[in-house]
Ligand binder design. Sequence first.
Ligand code: RNT
Ligand code: ZN
Length: 414
Amino acid sequence: MERYESAKEQYGKIGVDVEKAMEILKTVPISIHCWQGDDVTGFENAGEALTGGIQATGNYPGKARSPEELMADLDLALSLIPGRKKINLHASYAIFEGAKADRDALKPEHFKGWVEYAKSRGVGLDFNPTYFSHPKAADGLTLSHPDPEIRAFWVRHGIASRRIAAYFAAELGEECVCNSWIPDGYKDIPADRLGPRLRLKDSLDQIFAEKLPGVIDCVESKVFGIGVEAYTVGSSEFYLSYAASHPGVYNLLDNGHYHPTEVVSDKIPALLAFFDKLPLHVTRPMRWDSDHVVLLEDELKEIAREIVRCDGLDKVKIGLDYFDASINRIAAWVVGTRNMQKALLSALLEPAGQFRALQDEGDFTRLMAEREALKLYPFGDVWEEYCGREKVPGEGAWFAQVMQYEKDILSKRG
Ligand code: RNT
Ligand code: ZN
């Protein structure tokens, strides 16, 4: 408390209202990806390999093997994360009571269990069609497949998924982000780069034809994946152009999906100049799209600063997307989600208006000096206070609970 009062005074002297920052922070939802809990396996066919050029590496014990286990693990994570939360589901996490439905026949009823979960925990839901880890995606092609029957199957999956997202929105009274990422691409130099993109465009037009209230439709681009190194159908230019020419479809930015010196922090204000919504997948690429747990690093802080500076807290839909199977998966959720929130808090504790004025006045010397001074301000004391007010443990205090759960529950899973 004393430390917080002192921090409040220090920030107050540079015109930053820490109380207001905490009030804002607790209203910003973070969409927590369910797939960190089971290495992107899903519940359809235990043992089906993860395909599509993405990989979860590691074999840390205790991964969730059923909806019950995943929900129990999420419960612990949710209890250790402050603020508003949503759970981000993939279609492969359908809960079947009795007969299974294939991807193109998925229905809202297969996600009833998740709606009940979300309602009882007071969290929101987001959704993703799953265009990978399926026999009809075995050759790595889905919505751009040259075979019209395979394409039609995946178009039906896209349509079914959007209806599930609309069901979530209606049930929970909150917009549902429905994000389409497809693995389609070629390992070696293609003989035709346009054909697959025209087929993808046509498939997307069919999928998005139906107007569905409450659904935020998104498309996610990528540079390359494992096994599809030469060419990705859904490239950045393709989807950005698609979103720009299709009102109501948004371009999702995953910060693991660009060339190494490109940064998503710079893309945020570029897109916010044109789009009223901007979905994100926040991850941590290590040499490639490795999806390591999000740490409190410079680019994460810069992403958060751009969201705050652009007055984008309502427009930017923050989702997480990483999957590390080499560490305790609940700790992975807790660390990554809290880091996203810490980055937002640190952005909210900037005298942004003053900095902007210094830039406009051309006083770059003072701007540099003041920003460097701010780096040593006691931001951690405000974070601790925030955790206390949100009734979650502070840094260093949550870890013991995760270890106890590992001992009692995770270590007993086969
Ligand atoms: C893959 C994309 C995609 C997936 C998840 C599981 O490169 O980032 O978002 O990670 O949908
Ligand atoms: Zn992603």
